[in-house]
Design a protein around this ligand. Sequence first.
Ligand code: SF4
Length: 365
Amino acid sequence: MIRHLYVHVPFCAKVCPYCAFHVHLGGAAAQRDFVAALRTEWQRAREEFPLALDTIYFGGGTPSILSAELFAELACEIAVERANHPPQEFTLEVNPATVTEEKAAAWRAAGVNRISLGAQSFDAGMLQLLGRQHEPADIAPTCALLRQHGFTNINIDLMFALPGQCESAWEETVQSALACRPNHVSAYALTYEEDTPFFQRLQRGEYQQDEPREIAMFERTRELLGAAGLIDYEISNFARPGFESQHNLAYWRGADYLGLGPSACSTIGALRWKNVPNTAAYQERIARNESVREEREEIDAATRAKERIMFGLRMREGVAREEFLTDPARLEKLKSDGFALEEAGQIRLTPRGQLVADSVAAIFV
Ligand code: SF4
């Protein structure tokens, strides 16, 4: 039974220079064609897999760019599935520059109950550098409008370690985000993804990475958000109790999930695949009644176990000790070096271990 659905909407009003997702511009006609293709992919998937959706996540891209009408059409199609099993969490990624009263009402009516707001920064210069469309002054009114429409579960996405960003500017951004009273904050350090303008600027020496600054910002983030009652249930994700992202927890715990739309990934049983990362090709294949899946791979139980360790170590709940049975010596070394600790049979990272979480996880992969 598949309990988690991801839908990739590839449209953005403008492509940010650090973004490596499959995204592009697209007007009303392109969006209509895409939604028609996506509805067909969904209908096929419903016939192929047993579904009882606990979580739905519309990401991208900018799913909030879809008109209220198109979003309702798509959500109605998926609602057929939801009639007997309402999902506990239905998240929509929202760009502050795209929110209107009409859309907020349509999202609520369609059953969306969690908003992930791509704020990224409350500093005008940083937003400009990131190529974002919104201004800092748009964010708080967007949260207020969403609340007026009944959304109480709001995540604010933030990015730190940006080129030229100082620690005090980052702290101001975190404080401004807290003033919006979110129940969840995601705070990720900028990563320079290959094939992006930001990566090229890094290669040319125009941007520099500064690990001590990044660590200082990471630690300050934990202090500020922790003091505000947001618990770091995952290294980059903070929530008030009861507001943790159920969809992301499912990924990190190694659950099966179905992804729809161009470039979306799925993992079901021993199979993993990625949909063709090209919207035109995706739509053509759907029209020709061909599969949109490629990059198929079989993943064995050992690989899934390693992934559970990799993601689990990033979570506060940690990983059951039994998961390490194939590599107990390495686990003991991590513990004796002060990178991991054991509590009630669960292994998790110490604050020191969290600073090098990716390297620690890589030991087991
Ligand atoms: S809005 Fe988000 S998905 Fe779209 S280009 Fe920018 S970072 Fe990428």
